[in-house]
Design a protein around this ligand. Structure first.
Ligand SMILES: [Zn+2]
Length: 288
């Protein structure tokens, strides 16, 4: 079961960038808040190094500017540097021009620091939805090779229910493709449910995560597993949130590192860019 490489990725941002804090910690306050991203990322990097696994880090431009040595270190350790935009604004709140500027700015900082071309993008809060599908065209124009921002599920903040569950070409022009790599899901009769990422990894039993990846791998499909480094921080600052948000945001943090370690032992992982490249090559060779 270990043979299919699944895509492992981390969205690197500060703990206060999560959408649930958008009104509590607006952008003007970010500079006053405790920065924990470097220590959190180091913890994840150590877990990956111990298992000899490389992953993709979709890094926020705002973080990259302030943690330059961290970005260089992540790249030097063999991980892929992806782009998480600059200001962590959901695309659903941006005009096309604002989106383009935000992504361009982050991409330039990340490429400058890593010395490599940034090929992958993940939107804040998976905000490529039916209303913002235009973002994919713009990502193609900006030279990205893949996006990983569409969750094929029903959710109050994001998701395109019924969209493909496995990697597919979203834009293809002039002989160049932009792939979409959706988050892992489980298909049950009449419904597709999320698995293996963020709160779904933290809150659902490990057996759920394992079942999702196994089911996808059994069909020869890679799964996309994602997390945020703050989701492994047992000393995460506690903000006063409504009960449901509190459970969604803080639940399962204590057991998350154990779950990730188990995943790293039981499945094969690679940076998302490499998994996409593998699929693209296979498609080319088989003509499908
Ligand atoms: Zn984010």
């Amino acid at each position: 079961m270990k043979s299919i490489p699944n895509a492992l990725s981390f969205d690197l941002e500060e703990w206060f960038h999560a959408e649930v804090f958008a009104s509590l910690f607006p952008r003007e306050k970010w500079g006053e808040l405790e920065s924990r991203s470097e220590a959190q990322a180091d913890r994840v990097l150590a877990l990956l190094a111990t298992s000899g696994v490389r992953a993709t880090f979709f890094i926020l431009g705002w973080i990259a500017e302030r943690k330059q040595s961290l970005v260089r270190r992540i790249a030097a350790e063999g991980h892929e540097i992806g782009c998480h935009g600059y200001s962590h604004t959901m695309i659903t709140m941006q005009s096309r021009a604002e989106f383009r500027e935000d992504v361009k700015r982050a991409k330039a900082v990340l490429e400058d620091l890593s010395g490599r071309q940034v090929r992958g993008y993940r939107a804040p809060t998976f905000s490529v939805t039916r209303e913002t599908l235009w973002a994919l065209e713009l990502l193609w124009e900006m030279g990205f090779a893949y996006d990983s921002s569409i969750y094929p599920i029903r959710h109050d903040r994001y998701g395109i229910p019924g969209s493909p569950r496995v990697p597919y070409i979203a834009v293809e022009r002039e002989g160049r493709a932009l792939w979409e790599f959706p988050g892992a899901t489980i298909r049950l009769p009449g419904i597709t449910l999320p698995a293996a990422g963020g709160g779904y990894l933290r809150l659902f039993p490990y057996s759920w995560t394992r079942a999702a990846i196994r089911a996808m791998n059994r069909r020869g499909r890679p799964a996309s597993i994602f997390a945020h480094p703050w989701e492994f921080d047992v000393e995460l600052p506690r903000a006063d949130l409504p009960l449901l948000s509190r459970i969604r945001h803080y639940g399962g943090i204590k057991v998350n590192a154990r779950k990730l370690n188990r995943l790293l032992r039981e499945f094969c992982f690679a940076p998302m860019g490499e998994v996409v490249e593998g699929i693209a090559k296979e498609r080319e060779s088989t003509g499908r």
